[in-house]
Design a protein. Structure first.
Length: 302
């Protein structure tokens, strides 16, 4: 008697099916790649979906200029190893071209500005679908979104105008100028991702594991990385702690967490005790307002 698939097999099969649906339904898809664990898993899934052939889409990185060096090195090493096409567009260039005002303040995040760069690269290459690693368990606005999430000709998302998704039927039909954001691992949790990484023996950037790092201890207890973009003041409490990162965003808006998790098994054990989501625990840009993420998505953010 054939063994039943375990839950990781089921999640993997669903994601591979979605990636193949994208290849079948769209003319010019792209995979948005940040060097974070979720987009790394997407690349691994794409290998299973399309090898020995080439990916039917390029990898696209919107580089804010505030990225962790470890994530950028991982990105470049991976692309070299795979031999796939990487498109990089920089927020810095968009700021100059559009005469935008760069973020100010102690932790000057460019998350809001990267929307302009994303929409520009979609227009430049006429992408009709952008694949990303967002998951429903990350944040409440993302929990509202469909796996095939249609954006209008301005790149905007309307949570009240989403298409029904019945079982594994995905409708990629769009009008000219519209595009679709695709989330193949939407149904995965943070713990699922780490269990999959363990099972598949996927290599990750070192910052996901415990290391010593100099951080600013903020008033609300977050540990923010010290770097060239953060304004360190005489009143700041600067500490060296054993930390790791649960999510890899900009250095200016992503906090570390104290941790003794040196291995994937350690991380999995740690997550089983966690009481708050990875973004809720570490992303300052999501704390601007109750609807910070939803507002950014409505404006074209991924």
């Amino acid at each position: 008697m054939k063994n039943k698939l375990d839950y990781l097999d089921q999640l993997e099969n669903e994601a591979i099916y979605i990636l193949r649906e994208v290849a079948g339904q769209f003319e010019k898809p792209a995979l948005l790649f940040s060097g974070g664990k979720d987009s790394i898993c997407l690349v691994h899934l794409a290998l299973k979906a399309f090898r020995p052939g080439k990916f039917p889409f390029p990898l696209v990185h919107v580089d804010t200029g505030h990225n962790f060096p470890e994530a950028l090195k991982y990105r470049d090493d991976l692309v070299t190893e795979l031999g796939e096409k990487l498109i990089v567009r920089k927020v810095e260039d968009t700021i100059k071209e559009k005469k935008l005002v760069d973020a100010k303040g102690k932790f000057p995040s460019r998350n809001g500005l990267q929307t302009y760069t994303l929409l520009d690269v979609i227009e430049e290459f006429e992408f009709d679908a952008c694949i990303g690693g967002a998951r429903r368990d990350e944040e409440k606005a993302r929990a509202k979104e469909r796996i095939f999430s249609v954006r209008d000709e301005f790149g905007q998302w309307d949570p009240k105008k989403q298409r029904p998704e019945l079982w594994n039927i995905y409708n990629g039909k769009i009008n000219k100028g519209e595009n679709v954001r695709i989330f193949p691992i939407s149904n995965w949790t943070e713990l699922d991702v780490w269990n999959y990484i363990k099972r598949e023996k996927i290599e990750l950037p070192s910052i996901y594991f415990t290391h010593e790092r100099e951080c600013i201890l903020t008033e609300n207890g977050q540990l923010m990385n010290t770097n060239e973009f953060v304004q360190i003041e005489s009143s700041d409490v600067v500490v060296t702690k054993k930390v790791r990162y649960r999510t890899v965003g900009d250095m200016t808006c992503t906090a570390a967490v104290e941790s003794e998790a040196y291995t994937i098994d350690d991380i999995i054990s740690e997550l089983k005790e966690a009481k708050i989501s990875e973004r809720g625990a570490t992303r300052m840009d999501d704390r601007v307002s109750e609807a910070a993420m939803e507002d950014r998505k409505k404006g074209g953010y991924f």
